[in-house]
Design a protein around this ligand. Structure first.
Ligand code: ADP
Length: 450
């Protein structure tokens, strides 16, 4: 069953049941109160008749007609349950069975097709015998009122259900229209394979509006990711195309002149070799970035940062023959993190410092704002102010031509940032063009990890 019909059906049935319960209660209470009122009134009247019979010396046959209720009857019934005196207005009532009652009673009796209130009171009769004075009165008036009440309640129920039925329709339209719009937009996205926003009516800020906004935000994220992915693929292929073109042209050269001209042979082999290394590094970096951002799989351990920096600086000095000073602010600085991945970040920062400066490099280890921190500082060309925010973007290089010479692909800092993000840390740059560059990483404390 469609949601629209369900809302419709359930709300109408629910309202109908509630109305039925309320109306039945009203009808029952009204019936009870009016019938009891009638019985009380008739009891009082019967007591008046009994008192009159006791006090007045008039013949009961003369006295009783004055007390007969309209559509009613008065009887005197002896102990043999025989009516010794009957005063009646309708023939129908005479058929009712006479019954001696030794105590006072008031009840409702069905005589023929109508209902009657019957009150019996024991009295002393002229001959000294105890008899029953029975007064019967028709409940036609009460029944007529109940009939009117029934009609009113029935009409009220129908009148209440009709607007409820219509409002359920409006309500289901109100809820379902945005959902249908959402579904249509999703289908369009699926069909056309493009990202599209759902149109939202500004005036309401309800749950459905929120659902629409959430959907639109989700579409934005998907669109952004898809664009990022596209630009990543196009940048990556562009980066790979240059070394491939170089390899292709040198290998053609080799094919033609290789054996005849030894100087061409040496140059070509050298160029092919260095481009192959460059492609290898690039592919490795690309593979690293291709993984999901949340997929860095940090092997959390307690790490001593001074030792770690000394170790990385030492191997760097040996590999590149550059002066690297480790400046320790404290003998030991402990942090939480993945040792291998943090070493990788230090290598990226030192590699940049090496590429973009000729002087010594400082690695400062200590605490910054209470958090363990490492700063790699070089005294080289620096980064222009307007580019500082962009250097963490994939494939961004301040000067592409110069970067090619230094062997950079613009991926190092974006990898470093992703690793530090996975460590829930901070990476920040402070640079002065033509003077120095400091890149600082801030990590979580070692005891945070425990
Ligand atoms: P690359 O592989 O090109 O070094 P990175 O992502 O590591 O890529 O760096 C991006 C760019 O930021 C570099 O191309 C360079 O222009 C600039 N950069 C990074 N570190 C430094 C530095 N220490 N000094 C000057 N420029 C830097």
């Amino acid at each position: 069953m469609r949601i629209r019909n369900k809302i419709h059906l359930f709300s109408t049935i629910f309202l109908f049941i509630i109305l039925l319960l309320i109306n039945s209660t009203i009808y029952y209470l009204f019936n009870k109160v009016t019938t009891e009122g009638e019985l009380d009134r008739l009891t009082n009247q019967t007591e008046t008749v009994a008192a009159a019979l006791k006090e007045e010396q008039i013949d009961p046959r003369t006295l009783l007609p004055a007390f007969i209720p309209s559509d009613g009857m008065i009887r005197i019934i002896n102990q043999d349950s025989k009516a010794v005196l009957t005063q009646v207005k309708t023939d129908e009532l005479q058929k009712s069975e006479a019954k001696f009652q030794s105590s006072q009673s008031a009840d409702i009796r069905e005589i023929g097709v109508a209902s009657y209130a019957v009150v019996s009171i024991p009295i002393i009769w002229k001959n000294g015998e105890v008899v029953t004075l029975e007064v019967t009165e028709s409940l036609a008036g009460v029944q007529a009122n109940l009939e009117i009440l029934r009609t009113i309640l029935l009409l009220a129920t129908l009148l209440a259900i009709l607007p409820a039925f219509l409002s359920a329709r409006v309500l289901s339209e109100l809820i379902l229209r945005p959902i249908e719009r959402l579904t249509a937009t999703m289908e369009e996205i699926q069909r056309k394979k493009t990202f599209k926003h759902i149109e939202l009516e500004d005036q309401s800020k309800d749950e459905l509006h929120k659902m629409g906004t959430t959907f639109n935000n989700m579409v934005d994220i998907l669109k952004e990711n898809s664009e990022k992915q596209q630009s990543f693929v196009s940048n990556a292929s562009h980066e790979l195309r240059t070394p491939l073109t170089i390899i292709e042209s040198y290998s053609s050269l080799l094919k033609r002149w290789g054996t005849k001209k030894p100087e061409v042979f040496d140059e070509s082999v050298e160029a092919i070799h260095s481009e192959a290394i460059r492609m290898g590094n690039l592919t490795e970096q690309l593979l690293m970035l291709a993984r999901n951002e949340n997929d860095w799989d940090i092997d959390w351990k307690m790490i001593e940062l001074v030792g770690l920096c000394e170790e990385v600086a030492k191997s760097f000095r040996q590999a590149y023959n550059r002066k690297v000073n480790v400046v320790r602010e404290l003998p030991e600085v402990s942090a939480a993190g993945d040792e291998q991945k943090l070493k990788q970040v230090l290598f990226i920062l030192l590699d940049n410092a090496k590429k973009f400066s000729n002087r010594e490099i400082d690695v400062i280890v200590g605490y910054d704002q209470g958090q363990p921190a490492i700063t790699v500082k070089d005294y080289g060309i620096g980064i222009p102010k307007e580019d500082i925010a962009k250097v963490f973007d994939r494939f961004f290089r301040v000067d592409k031509a110069r970067s090619r010479k230094t062997g950079g692909s613009g991926l190092g800092l974006s990898i470093a940032k992703e690793i530090i993000d996975a460590h829930e840390g901070i990476i920040a740059i402070d640079s002065e063009e033509g003077n120095s560059t400091s890149i600082k990483i801030q990590l979580k404390k070692g005891n945070d990890f425990i």
